[in-house]
Ligand binder design. Sequence first.
Ligand SMILES: *Cc1c(COP(=O)(O)O)cnc(C)c1O
Length: 374
Amino acid sequence: MTDTFETLAVHGGEPRPAAGGSVVFPLFQGTVFETDRGEAPYSRLGTNPTQRHLHRRLAALEGAEAAVATASGMGAITTALHSVLAAGDHLIAAGEFYGGTHRFLTEHAARLGWTWDLVNPGDPGAWREALRPNTKAFLTETITNPLTAVGDLAGAARFARAHALTSLIDNTLATPVVFRPHSVGFDLVCHSATKALNGHSDLTAGAVTGSRERIARVAAVLGSYGASLDPHAAFLLARGLKTLALRVRRQNENAQAVAELLDGHDAVAAVRYPGLPGHPDHRRAAGLLDGFGSVLAFRPHGGASAAEAIVKALRLPYAAPSLGGVESLVTRLDLGAAAGDMSGEAVRFSAGIEGADDLVADFAQALAQSPALV
Ligand SMILES: *Cc1c(COP(=O)(O)O)cnc(C)c1O
């Protein structure tokens, strides 16, 4: 019954028959519940029935035993790290990292007594060099943002296991449609559900999936810090998940179509999208992933003024800094000097679910207005 991700997205973790015969699992907004013995459900602890339902759904989609939902993606990442690191422990962080994750490590790790090293996700030699006797965890990302690097993910999970480290991965950009990290051995998978899992740019949430034992530890930290997802948001997220496969596959198609237009266009100096054969990690991504994701980045010829002109000329994408929603978005970024052929002023595109032909036509007319062409 659940051979395809499409079917899993609709039916995975759904009780049949559901309460009262409802096809949709009901929203229990209540925070307290009667009990004659033991612990009553309580929403800060994530044990309200609608929260528990969402947890079953998230676990099914990632192919995990268990899941917890958090108040945001940052709540997922920080809670997962707190569940595995204690004062004196060391973390290997192999990736480019979402700005919020990088800021958390920069501003808070030292206060918590954690040390960490930032290493290249595609270079196992760098992981080995970073290893210390007190290393306890390995954190990486499926697809980095915005350069869309895809590291040696199966190798990373094996490396972590071989050195008794807990492996954690931020799977936000890929989603379980594109990659299911537990299938190659990752211990804890984190998401910003604010992005593609909900997909409609209208709620803030996060998720962590893993074994029952690991998720029990994450849930205990979450309950103590008080960062669970509100039941109403949990109900909405469970609804968003129903269309995850349809949305993400269309987004991937749209990103591929726009990437192919950008690739070799006279107004464009460089493009990064794992679905392009010229991408440094294309072959690895093709072997590991089912689709190449919804995010691409490109560097126009002509620097900041060209990037500004192109973004202004686009009619369909909103100029807004997020990703994974049904509306296409563009964001201007300065990638600094260390990004090789992508160094300097760039544009990130997060594909929505519009028609591919409309997006390609819009990019074609916007690129034609680049001052670098005249
Ligand atoms: C947005 C994002 C986060 C943080 O999610 P919030 O829901 O905004 O807290 C973490 N990781 C990645 C890759 C993201 O894109």
